[in-house]
Design a protein around this ligand. Structure first.
Ligand SMILES: Nc1nc2c(c(=O)[nH]1)N[C@H]1C(S)=C(S)[C@@H](COP(=O)(O)O)O[C@H]1N2
Ligand SMILES: [Mo]
Length: 369
């Protein structure tokens, strides 16, 4: 199978799962855009500025050189995933949903580097605002008009932005190199543990404010609506009362074998499987992955591959050899648990936009030989 381009314009693509899980640090990552990508010529690291405004004492107008040289550079390894990752499973396992039909590849595990958002906000100095629940730090990109709004924006609670342990950064580099245009050049937000939608690319402005970002993608998208919202019309009254997706749930996926495959057992009568597992928002790292071949009645524990870059925000790669008798229509499922005790449900609640699907990882319809 080749990589899948989900929508050409704007570009939305995910790598093929075997390629994605062939390296712990992802070079070729998925791309999710609600607008056309800015052109190379449009963005220029020498002239680009990030404005810091809102409830701050000294509004700042920061250059990329300034972001690099006036602040300590912080590196964080984390998974960045679209909240719509695995939407295909919610659509096929539960009920139809609205949104791009992502398989398991709308996630990448990278090293990101740049100043901590906290340090930038402290330089601007907060004023006239209390660090209460509703207080947010909003991110905006005005580079290209989006499909549903004229700009792209998102926000996170101020408390998260100010907490150095949450490692929210203005990323200038990915995997040791300056960002590419497709992943946010010259600067993007990285919010470990949170939905990719909050990691605003081509960042122009950061605003400390008393409410969430008013942007469409914060208010009318990326929300796990209650099951009573079954179509666009019935969803209307729930958008305003449903919180935006922030922390992502614990998850795991079986990268091999894949649904529909014919698998030859090893000489010891076992089937080799492997995949990735992701921690819940702040609950990482993943501490256990279990595999079942009898629909979840009994489980055996998978082994982790260890990597120098692994940490509380990264994915983990797991492997298992499971005993299976030859036969058709066989199923293998995986279940991850993280350090906070969060564990995957067999099937999560359905929601109209198909966000945050974290049912058991599944390989169905296997022929075992
Ligand atoms: N400016 C801007 N930032 C954006 C988006 C966008 O469309 N425009 N998409 C968001 C979404 S929904 C996701 S999942 C991630 C995807 O990041 P990537 O394209 O680098 O994989 O970027 C986020 N930041
Ligand atoms: Mo996304």
């Amino acid at each position: 199978m080749s990589e899948k381009v989900r929508r050409e314009m704007p570009i939305n693509r995910e790598p093929e799962i075997s390629k994605l899980t062939s390296t712990f640090i992802t070079e070729d990552g998925y791309e999710r855009n609600h607008c056309a990508q800015p052109t190379e010529g449009q963005l220029n690291a020498r002239t680009h500025r990030v404005l810091i405004d809102g409830c701050v004492r000294n509004p700042l107008n920061l250059s990329i050189t300034g972001l690099r040289s006036d602040f300590l550079q912080h590196e964080v390894a984390c998974a960045l995933q679209c909240a719509g990752n695995r939407r295909h499973d919610m659509r096929t396992m539960v009920r139809d949903v609205q949104g791009i039909d992502w398989s398991d590849g709308a996630v990448m595990n990278c090293r990101w580097r740049g100043p901590l958002l906290k340090d930038v906000l402290e330089k601007a100095g907060l004023v006239g605002i209390e660090n209460t629940e509703g207080t947010h730090v909003a991110f905006a990109s005005f580079q290209v008009e989006c499909q549903e709004d004229s700009w792209y924006g998102a926000s996170i609670p101020l408390s998260r932005a100010l907490d150095p342990d949450k490692e929210v950064i203005l990323a200038l580099e990915r995997n040791g190199k300056p960002l590419s245009v497709r992943h946010g050049y010259p600067v993007r937000i990285i919010t470990p543990g949170l939905a990719g939608a909050r990691a605003v690319k081509w960042l122009d402005k950061i605003t400390v404010q008393k409410e969430e970002s008013p942007n469409y993608y914060m208010q009318r998208d990326y929300k796990a609506l209650p099951p009573q919202a079954v179509d666009s019309e019935s969803a209307e009254k729930y958008w305003g009362v449903t919180p935006p997706v922030q922390e992502m749930p614990v998850n795991s996926v079986i990268a091999s074998p894949r649904t529909g495959e014919t698998v030859k057992r090893n000489s010891d009568g076992k089937v080799a499987c492997h995949g990735y597992a992701l921690p819940s928002g702040d609950g990482g790292p993943v501490v256990r992955v279990e595999i079942s071949t009898d629909g979840g009645r009994t489980w055996s524990e998978a082994e982790f591959e260890h990597h120098a870059e692994e940490g509380r925000w990264t994915w983990k790669f797991w492997r298992a050899n499971v005993a299976m008798a030859p036969g058709k229509s066989r199923v293998i499922v995986s279940k991850a648990t993280d350090a906070s005790g969060q564990t995957q449900p067999a099937v999560p609640n359905w929601n109209l936009r198909g966000v945050c699907y974290n049912g058991y990882g599944e390989a169905r319809d296997l022929t075992i030989q």
